[in-house]
Design a protein around this ligand. Structure first.
Ligand code: A5A
Ligand code: MG
Ligand code: ZN
Length: 450
């Protein structure tokens, strides 16, 4: 995470975004916004939630009570009602939904916000992955007339998240969370997980069908076509800066960062390779740099006094997808040398062809990152029939194993392997439950998780 966030801030679990990291984050969140802005409205709710609202939904409180930071004083005066720093915003948003939703004509209502949230995590904190201030929590909240309409939105959210992670070239797998680990207050939860290089999975998004559980506690009703009051049915879905952690960990290599071109803070760096005292190479580099900036690429020119080799190394480490070398020999033929970060492939390109060539290379790099990451992911998903096979598989990746559907068996699968059940796949497969031995056609994924 070096160069992206600084962990030396003097509160455990809180990090500072470096300017370079923030540019990356903003590029990534631009994609997320563009996908949501199609039919969601962006809103902004307060950070503080009165205890009286926070305590309304019993399951929700139980799930979060150990993780909430409380504001109890204004200056030296104790507050009448303690205020929670939002760990997530259901209890901030839904009292307002109650006021805003009147009739079926107001539905569906689809909103999102991108905010910081606070969770007093007790598990080991890690930058971007498990933080106590989630700085970039995208939470969407929707309300619908029926349970089925809300379920359709769950599928729509799955599609949105799939597209988001495709754009980041991050492979993922979508499962239904086991009942014993669903979101507090949900009917059911869907998880999006990816696989990190060390073989542990990272949950990079969740989607929750809330049914009318919150509608009942917050009294969110609408008048239906017959003039009767009905409870709304809701969903919510969230993504955090874990998406950045996935990009860094999954695409990076031993030379440093590797970024998908769409989110790379710098897409192409121009490096003059001077020869003797001639200024021609520098002038040509400047012209190339201007040409690329004018064409809309995020381009940099490194005209510092460092040796070219040191510059290559530096910009490779920063994950710049393409390097352009301008040397005396290139100058003679009015061409430049283009070098890919992902494959180190070098090509000579005539300057007049440069813009389309770069466009093509950036596309090729994205495609290659997708293929490379997917291959590494697929190789580490292993079909298992017994708990001892699961134990072996989760050392390196994800185990696929049958499950009878009984919660007790599920918990024994976790206890017997030291791994977690990520969730159930949509597809079924004939087999036996590895715990009770009964016929079991559900398939669950298990892994060691972050
Ligand atoms: N209101 C719903 C959307 C919600 O809060 N869901 S959630 O609790 O599952 O969080 C959504 C996502 O935020 C998780 O899937 C995970 O990717 C991320 N997340 C949760 N806790 C986090 C933490 N402490 N640090 C970083 N990311 C976190
Ligand atoms: Mg567990
Ligand atoms: Zn069983």
């Amino acid at each position: 995470m070096a160069g992206i966030v600084d962990v030396r801030y003097p509160i455990k679990g809180l990090c500072v975004w470096h300017p370079f990291g923030l540019v990356l984050k903003n590029k990534v969140y631009l994609i997320l916004r563009s996908l949501l802005d199609v039919d969601h409205q962006e809103a902004l709710f307060p950070l503080l939630i009165p205890e009286t609202e926070f305590m309304k939904e019993a399951e929700h409180i139980k799930g979060f009570e150990e993780e909430v930071y409380w504001v109890t004083k204004g200056g030296t005066t104790p507050l009448d009602v303690p205020l929670a720093l939002r760990p997530t915003s259901e209890t901030a948003i839904y009292p307002m939904f109650k006021l805003w939703i009147r009739s079926h004509a107001d539905l569906p209502l689809k909103m999102y916000q991108i905010v910081n949230t606070f969770r007093y995590e007790t598990k080991h904190t890690r930058p971007l992955i498990r933080v106590r201030e989630i700085t970039s929590f995208k939470e969407a909240h929707t309300a619908h007339t029926t349970w089925e309409a809300a379920e359709k939105q769950v599928h729509e959210a799955m599609r949105i998240y799939s597209e988001f992670y495709d754009r980041l070239a991050i492979p993922y797998i979508i499962t239904k969370r086991p009942n014993w680990d669903k979101f507090p207050g949900a009917d059911y939860s869907i998880a999006v997980d990816t696989l990190m290089p060390d073989g542990k999975t990272l949950q990079i998004g969740t989607i929750h069908h809330l049914g009318s559980n919150f509608a009942k506690t917050f009294d969110i009703t609408y008048e239906d076509v017959n003039g009767e009051q009905q409870y709304v049915h809701q969903t919510c879905y969230g993504i955090s800066e874990r998406c950045i952690a996935a990009v860094i960990a999954i695409h990076g290599d031993d030379k440093g960062l590797v970024f998908p071109p769409e989110v790379a803070p710098i897409q192409v760096v121009v490096i003059p390779i001077p020869f003797g005292k001639g200024k021609d190479v520098l002038e040509a580099s400047k012209r190339v740099h201007k040409m690329l900036s004018d064409a809309g690429f995020r381009a940099a020119l490194d005209s510092s006094d460092e040796r070219p080799g040191a510059k290559f190394y530096k910009w490779e480490m920063k994950g710049v997808p393409l390097r352009i070398e301008v040397g005396p020999r290139d100058l003679k033929s009015n061409s430049v040398t283009l070098v890919r970060r992902d494959t180190s492939e070098k090509t000579s390109i005539p300057v007049p062809d440069l813009v389309p060539a770069i466009n093509q290379k950036l596309k090729d790099i994205h495609a290659n990152l997708c293929v490379r990451a997917k291959k590494s992911f697929d190789e580490r998903v292993v079909e298992c029939a017994t708990l001892s096979e699961v134990k072996t598989a989760v050392k390196k990746g994800i185990a696929r194993v049958n499950w009878c559907g009984d919660e007790q068996c599920g918990i024994k699968m976790e206890d017997g392997t030291g791994a977690d059940v990520l969730g159930e796949l949509a597809q079924t497969k004939k087999g036996k439950c590895p715990v009770c031995g009964k016929d079991a056609d559900k398939v669950v994924l298990m892994a060691r998780t972050y």
